[in-house]
Design a protein around this ligand. Structure first.
Ligand code: CU
Length: 164
């Protein structure tokens, strides 16, 4: 009996190891298009990153966090209309429906890079890691580009980040 119990325990452990191994080789359901970071003057300590997220998977996914060595803080943001004034708000996640996409663009959803560790120059590449609700991560090398702003400048950003 003791022998039987031991071998079934081994079997369970082997099964667990197999499950972990197969999880780590799952194909990434997310692909990223047109990623770019806005070039800002050297005096600016914040900037934004834009991209289009495509979900080729069968189930909805969500971007829940982003990290970059180029900034002390990276947040997920959206612009909302408050009494006719566009304001930036931090959002807990950016959902990407199965078979669909989410567009991060000026005036809407974006990744906010706060407290840049060094000035960004046009043509530089910024490393950004996207963290999904599944725990999967995807690291991108995102080019810094000059991006025209629709509807005013980024002056709303300063007031939106009190406490940093
Ligand atoms: Cu922002």
């Amino acid at each position: 009996m003791a022998h039987f119990a031991l071998s079934s325990l081994r079997c369970a452990l082997a099964g667990m190891a197999l499950a972990l191994a197969s999880q780590s080789v799952l194909a990434q359901p997310l692909s990223v298009e047109s990623a770019q970071v806005r070039a800002v003057p050297p005096v600016s300590t914040t900037t934004a990153a834009f991209m289009v997220l495509h979900n080729q998977g069968d189930s909805d996914l969500a971007l829940v966090d982003a990290q970059s060595p180029a900034a002390e803080i990276t947040e997920l943001h959206n612009h909302i209309d408050v009494d006719g004034v566009m304001q930036m708000r931090q959002v807990p996640e950016i959902r990407v429906p199965a078979g669909g996409s989410a567009k991060l663009a000026p005036g809407g959803l974006h990744l906010m890079l706060i407290d840049l560790v060094a000035p960004l120059h046009e043509g530089d590449e910024v490393e950004i890691t996207l963290v999904l609700d599944s725990g999967e991560r995807m690291t991108l090398a995102v080019p810094v580009r000059r991006i025209e702003v629709m509807g005013g400048d980024m002056s709303g950003h300063g007031g939106g980040h009190q406490g940093h």
